[in-house]
Design a protein around this ligand. Sequence first.
Ligand SMILES: O=C(O)CCC(=O)C(=O)O
Length: 297
Amino acid sequence: MLTKARGAMLTKAEIEQYRELGYLVVPGVFDAELLAEIRRAVDAIIADAGKVTTHTDVYDLEESHTPEKPRVRRIKTPHKHFPFFAELTRNPRITGVLAQLIGSDLRLHGAKLNMKSAGYGAAVEWHQDWAFYPHTNDDVLATGLYLDDCDMANGPLLVVPGTHKGPVYDHHADGYFVGAMAPEIEGLDYAKAVPLTGKAGSMTIHHARLVHGSALNTSSKPRRLLLHEYTAADAWPLMGVANFDEFNGRMVLGKPTIEPRLTGVPVRMPLPPAPFQGSIYENQRAAAKRFFASAAE
Ligand SMILES: O=C(O)CCC(=O)C(=O)O
C-alpha cells in the first residue's frame, strides 16, 4: 500500500530529530505514478544483466551471479548512465526536503541503487559514509528512496542514533581502507541501532557521519533502495576535485562556490585505497571480520 505523496516540507520536530539523532524517514515522498516509472526503469536495466559475467560500470553482481541466473547486487551510479535517473537526483520533492536540513545550495556527490533481492540480497557491514568521502564540513547526507515496502524482514537500513556527533571510526584492515568497521568497538553499541522501515515511496535520510549498515535479505520480498548522496555546495571533498566543470555540473539546487567552508570535523582519509575496488561490497571483502552473515545458510 502506498500513501499519497505529501508536500515536501519537514516539520520542526523532524528537523530537530535529524540534528539530534542524525536520521529521518519521510513517508510518501514519491507518489505511486513516479514510483511505478522508477520500477519500470530499474526492471529494464536489470533485464540486461544476463549479458554480463563480471562487474561492469553499471552492474555490481552478487557472488552467486551467473548469466543464466542473473543476480545484481547494485546498479552503480545510475545517474551517470541513464538521464531518467540523473533527473531524479534533482527532483524538488527531494531537494525541497534537503534545503531545510543543509541549505538551498546543494551538490550531488553520488548515487547507487542497492537491490537487496529476496532470498540472497547482500548485507552491508557497519560503516560511516564520511569514512569514504570526508569533506571540509559535514553538511553531507544521503537519501534513500524505498522502491519496495520495507519492514524488519527484508533488510531495512539500520542506523545507530547520535553517532553523527561522535568520532570517525577506523575503516581499515591490514593497513588498507576496507570501508567497514570492526564488529565490536569499545564505546559503541550496535544493539542500539534503529531500523529505518517504511512503505515504498518513503525516503530515508542519514547524516554522512552516522554509523549504519544492513543485514542479508533472507525474506521472500525484495528491498530496493535508491541512494543519493548530497552535500552543501560549500562542503568540498578532501579527496579533491578532479574536474571542476563536472563538479559544478553536479549542482542540483542553488549556486556553486569556490569558497569552501571549513569546520572542525574529525577526518580519517580512505587511504591507502581498498584492495578490492568497484563498490562498498567489494571494498568490504577485505574486512578482517564480519558482523552480518554474508550468505544465506
Ligand atoms: O543498502 C543498504 O542497506 C546500505 C546502504 C549503504 O550504506 C551503502 O551502500 O553505502
